[in-house]
Design a protein around this ligand. Sequence first.
Ligand SMILES: *Cc1c(COP(=O)(O)O)cnc(C)c1O
Length: 401
Amino acid sequence: MSIFEQWGVTPIINATGSVTRLGGAVMPPEVIAAFSAAASDACSLEELQVAASRILAHHTGAAAGIVTAGCAAGLTLGTAAILAGLDAGRMERLPRPAPGDRHEFLVAREQRNGYDHAVRAAGATLVEVGFNEIVSNAGVRRTETWEYGAAITERTAGILYIAAADARPRLQEVVDLAHRHCLPVLVDAAGEVLPRNTLPDLVATGADLVACSGGKALRGPQSTGILCGRAELVGSALLQMLDMDEHPELWSPPAILPERRRLSGQPRHGLGRGFKVSKEEIAALLTAVELFFSGHYDRERSQQLTWLRQIAGQIPAPSRWELVDPPDGQRFPVLEVVVAEQALQKSAFEICRALRDGNPRIYVGHGQLSQGRLVIHPLCLTETKSIQVAERLKVELTPSG
Ligand SMILES: *Cc1c(COP(=O)(O)O)cnc(C)c1O
């Protein structure tokens, strides 16, 4: 029996990957063990974050890093760090920057998305550059680097960049431009950690802060993330998240901050106080990071392909399937099921709903439903679950009569 049933909640089979709505990725046993072990002991959260910084710096190549309450929290904290720096007065005023303070972030219009609310939440105003001509079917050009340059004013505080393999212009060009204007770049790399060198490569561009999710491909707790980058900014972010209720006589700044950089005072609880990360979550995320960067997860790929092929073998005609196996471990392999909507007299949306409402309840990837495709993602599957997925798909896709 699933633990959720004792509260009347029916468990689901997640065949759609690490989506937040379904609780993210399932954690490997080593990560769960770290979570439990940390639950029965106490430590200073600040010291644990300083230790986390050493480990995250080692793996990403950044000067410093902290565990945040997800990528979105990392974006809010990263923005707060850029807006306030090490000025306790500025930290106190957020999310309302002082009149005259730089508070605008440039972002390519084609990169706007619902997660940029996290940047606005810290008090930044987004200023769009470029167009989205390909989506509007009005042209062939993507955003160009000069368009960021042309939009910089005395109100510009930084540049927000959403990382993706095909993002344009290239991050390196945007970072070089920003640094010529002494502006920092904040990168949302939430789900973009595959292959394993992705995060180090993003950091190596010189981007000032990079945020990613801990509960997606890293398989840490769903409520974790990483914010890494320049020590001064990461330190500012940590100060704005940590509990600050300590006597000035007993307090000293976290060891992440470069010594020569002076805080203007001991900040009070900051903008990120609501984004607390527990010692259990930090221990679990660090364990997940070690597993990820050791290549431990890569070995599961052949197993995942086997499950997908087994499911494919059960898809009845006239529906078809395609196994998408991106080279170089760039993304997870997925099985795309092309629903024979005409023959079945059912749309992919209806099949998707039937799978969700059936027994067992199954959630498949819904990104291509309007093209008549269901996507099967192997991240949260097991041998047993993949057999159940195959059985239910066979039932739903078998033409009646
Ligand atoms: C998932 C996602 C986020 C949010 O990540 P959390 O770890 O859930 O906070 C932010 N940006 C993008 C592009 C994402 O895909």
